[in-house]
Design a protein around this ligand. Sequence first.
Ligand SMILES: [Zn+2]
Ligand SMILES: [Zn+2]
Length: 367
Amino acid sequence: MKNIVYYLDKPSGQFTPVTEEIGEPAPGEIRVRTLRTSVCQSDVVIYRVGLPRIKKWPAIILHEVSCEVEAVGAGVEKFQVGDLVGLGCDIPCGDLDCIYCGTKGTGDWTCCPNTIATGHEFPGFARTHAILPDWFVKLGPIVKFDKGISADHACQLEPLACGLEGLTRVNNCIENRVVVLIGSGSQSTYALQCALAMGASKVILVNRGAERLDRVLRDFGNEKVIGLRWDEQIVQNVFAACKPFNEPHFIMVTAPCEAGYRLATQLMGYGTVLDGHAGVKGAGGKPKISHEVDLNNDIHYKLQCYQATHGSNMHGIGLAHKLLNGKRLPMIDKMTNATERFKAHQIKEAIDRAADPDSLKVIIEWD
Ligand SMILES: [Zn+2]
Ligand SMILES: [Zn+2]
């Protein structure tokens, strides 16, 4: 049967559809039909400047995806034809004996020296169909959704999973506590919804630009959510907004810039967990951001914790699946408005829209 694959020839280049033959899945494999892809900020970077991890061009990008299972190979019992599935980006390395990714591994795929990701080393979902190898089906980040869950929601499994890894790596820092989110882009807006679903007592959103902050407050805010513009008074203003507490319990840096990390370190207080969620990288690579920590007074006596997560494994995928499948994120449709919906032949336009300072989640429809 026919598979339309949109190849990106080079960074800042063209997407060209190529019709290829795709066969039946072999034993252990499944064939899926792409329903939705959503655009990640990493897709914007990959499109514009490429990524050292992508060594082969033309490339098939896009990694946030929901699909329908179209055919299953012999021996596959986890999935059936017609299932709606969502997929993660970071995937096992494919070695069933790997101490991280294998059948008896820890599941920490992103720690594996041979770690791979969809839309990076593994072909992405800028294609109408894909055959997933047996190791992906067996161990990979692919989960099925109940009837009544939409393909729009299922394709947001991956970005949600990444945020949930950050929100849950340290226990007891969200429920009944004060959360500060630096930045108000899509990852921050997912974190806001998750933190509320997880019972945060207050969520303080910090952003430089008014446009997106206003949108997020209007569409996702309630009496527990406070928005603050990032100006010279921001440190005092965050501490004031934390009252009756003196400091935040959890700070997530979702703005991929050094200033975001600098601000976060100034907000550290008693028991604060800092999650470095957005990595900083540019054309010159990944800059060093140095910071001195007092291991005795700050870490030991103040119980501060500096941690990070990037990407997701089955822990985050499982949590994201639970929230989506249980309809615990009632505002999630507001992530995507009419200006953020595109068709398969508009991948370039979709990526451009995702780069706009007011946009949240761009979705590409494949069916
Ligand atoms: Zn992503
Ligand atoms: Zn591995």
